[in-house]
Design a protein around this ligand. Sequence first.
Ligand code: ADP
Ligand code: MG
Length: 328
Amino acid sequence: MSDAIKDEFDLIARIRARAITRDDVLLGIGDDAAILRVPAGHDLVISTDTLNVGVHFPPETSPFSIGWKALAVNLSDLAAMGAVPAWCTLNLTLPDANSEWLDAFLDGFLGLSARHDVTLVGGDTTRGPLAITVTAHGFVPHDSALRRSGARVGDDVWVSGTLGDAAGALDQWRTSCPIDPGLKARLDRPTPRVALGLALRGIASACIDISDGLLADLGHILAASGVGAWIDVAMLPISSALANAFDETARVAMQLEGGDDYELCFTAPPALAQDVAAAAARADVMVTRIGTVEAQAGLRLRGIDGVVSDAALIGYRHFDARQDAGSA
Ligand code: ADP
Ligand code: MG
């Protein structure tokens, strides 16, 4: 059984006892602020995201998965910038503190942080409906971060991994179907593509992580870059779990609009296609070329039927995972 946590200071002490450290943390948890040293010749890259119960994850999500996901979505943002993650802070709002919940949460959070050599250097603790805000800090060599704004006409459009898996799990949860374990793992414990983001520095012209769905997130690259694109629906990478669980119409909608996959979508000149493949092999992640950047604004889809239509005109955008337990 879980013993009670006495107060905020007891809770902080329990967190502090488990946090790993690293040499560039001059002062971590325990003072009024942390002191951190950015390596010479590098820029500091910072990202923050909040997860609210019932909005960003179903209430029955395990504490392990909540801890994992709260950090993963932030590491995914750093990955999309091509940054090496180094430090994070954790703002915890808890309805009531019990040590069993906290231990399982920390198993997920600190388990993922250890994999990426990320140190928890501080945070804040308050009482209220369950919410977790994480801020992640990383580095890039000066002026080498990947941005949304660099896509150029003629570039290939690529995505990592497979698309729509998290949306598939969310759909099964919402409709009270048995949830496929593979899809559920993708929803609960996304894999931030950190190694791929690093490997794509100097190769990708623009990059974003897919938290709100391919159409929305690729749309951000296109808008920031002042270009358009077409993508071929038949080329979108799909997992066998998603292909087995849904008919074509449903799964294509999930691949195009499902959030929460935390794959990378990026562009690169066709002349660098071999370098993209080599980067993906180094990072041990599959990448798929799905389309091409064009001068004409907007996004066009070549459907399974071979017909090209304007993404904005064919009714996509109605499948919105954010409405209940969707994306960060
Ligand atoms: P202050 O009142 O000065 O903000 P706090 O009592 O909030 O101090 O925090 C004390 C120390 O514990 C600080 O170093 C803070 O960063 C750290 N801390 C508080 N909550 C958390 C948390 N949830 N995770 C990690 N560190 C935390
Ligand atoms: Mg405080």
